[in-house]
Design a protein around this ligand. Structure first.
Ligand SMILES: C[S@@+](CC[C@H](N)C(=O)[O-])C[C@H]1O[C@@H](n2cnc3c(N)ncnc32)[C@H](O)[C@@H]1O
Length: 371
């Protein structure tokens, strides 16, 4: 509707101009911590605000004047700055805003067209065809850059915080879809392993709802301390533990988990890598373990979900290509992928909880089927 009202040229002018500026202004004000200094109730004078964050008053005012047009902050009387409900939400979402607008993500986006020109084979012949890797002078992968380039040496910690902010934003303060979206009743008591579980923020928020279940977070060593600290802080020190584990390697045989969780892991990887992540889980599945996935699942066909929701799903599909040469997968894509990993893998249930953009997918091994 808006495109029709504006016409093609104004739509393009808006996209290539003000739309980009809006994102830049959000990033700038977020980076400066403006939303934390503006009081939740009442106002703060512009001069005081500028002094508190240590910037020039008139430069700040120019950024704020764009922000007002987005419904972000307001100036109820000249020089007095107050929150709107939108700007009040900025601090909680800040880790994701900062992650999504980092140099790393932007430089990758610059290379998407170049990557597409040379990406003729699927899977590609070498990693150099991935946009982020093409943009990096040393052609490092996304996780390596994250680890090595963060000025505070906290790249992984910041990434995990971004993931937490994203989940919290969609489901309010609760992680309910992780509790309601999987068949925990069939698990009863025992161990559940979260593969690529980051800093364990999901378990730290659901363990109280699942009294019989202990969780083991497996991830890269960079996430160990953060997981332990978070578990302690939430009073889950005896329920949530951490194991450094590369998910391409065989699973430790002594664990015998009731289920594995893979939340937002597969969308970072191309099909062949996903197969290498799933196959080490088959021995435990032959003993009854289930797989619980949480992923964005775009529709197989048009019109299956509302346009605004499909846009949220397709936006990360492009992002996954930019960062990893990977993708978001529809239910059909997942079924084809599981078949590739082991033909006995069956999608038992897919749930699309209304309160989140993420879907919950349960997969079991059909032991009666011959491989
Ligand atoms: C997109 S994050 C998802 C984090 C968490 N599961 C969530 O839903 O918020 C992907 C995770 O995979 C981890 N990861 C990347 N490569 C890995 C590897 N080879 N072995 C284990 N974990 C890895 C990252 O450190 C990161 O925590």
């Amino acid at each position: 509707m808006l495109n029709l009202a504006l016409g093609p040229t104004d739509t393009l002018t808006s996209l290539a101009g003000p739309t980009i500026t809006k994102i830049e202004v959000l990033r700038t004000l977020d980076d400066l911590g403006v939303a934390k200094v503006v009081p939740q109730e009442g106002t703060i004078h512009l001069a005081d605000l500028a002094a508190k964050i240590g910037v020039n008053e008139s430069l700040l005012h120019r950024q704020l004047k764009v922000a007002y047009l987005m419904g972000m902050f307001q100036e109820p009387s000249p020089g007095e700055i107050a929150h709107t409900s939108f700007s009040a939400a900025i601090p909680d979402f800040s880790p994701y805003t900062q992650l999504r607008t980092t140099r790393l993500f932007y430089t990758g986006a610059w290379e998407v067209a170049n990557s597409m020109r040379i990406w003729q084979d699927d899977p590609p012949k070498d990693h150099m065809q991935i946009p982020v890797e093409m943009a990096d002078p040393q052609h490092r992968g996304m996780w390596k850059i994250l680890e090595e380039d963060d000025p505070d040496e906290r790249g992984h910690e910041k990434f995990a915080a971004g993931m937490k902010a994203l989940v919290s934003a969609y489901v309010g303060t609760s992680f309910t879809p992780y509790v309601q979206g999987f068949d925990w009743a069939s698990i009863g008591e025992g161990l559940v392993v979260d593969i690529g579980g980051g800093n364990g923020h999901i378990e730290a928020n659901i363990f109280k709802d699942l009294p019989g279940v202990d969780f083991l977070i497996q991830d890269l060593a960079e996430n160990e301390q953060a997981t332990k600290e978070l578990a302690q802080k939430q009073g889950a020190g005896d329920r949530i533990s951490f194991q450094v584990h590369d998910f391409f390697k065989p699973q430790p045989t002594d664990l015998q988990p009731k289920a594995y969780i893979l939340s937002r892991v597969l969308h970072d990887w191309q099909d062949a890598d996903c197969v290498r992540i799933i196959q080490p889980l088959i021995p435990a599945m032959e003993k009854g373990a289930k797989l619980f996935f949480s992923e964005r699942i775009p529709p197989d066909g048009p019109g299956e979900v509302p346009v605004h929701k499909e846009l949220l799903l397709r936006h990360t599909d492009i992002l996954m290509f930019t960062l990893y040469g990977a993708k978001e997968r529809s239910r059909g894509d997942f079924e084809a992928l599981f078949k590739l990993a082991d033909p006995r893998l069956k999608v038992k249930k897919v749930q699309h909880p209304p309160s989140t953009i993420f879907s919950m997918l349960e997969v079991v091994l059909d032991q009666d089927q011959d491989v």
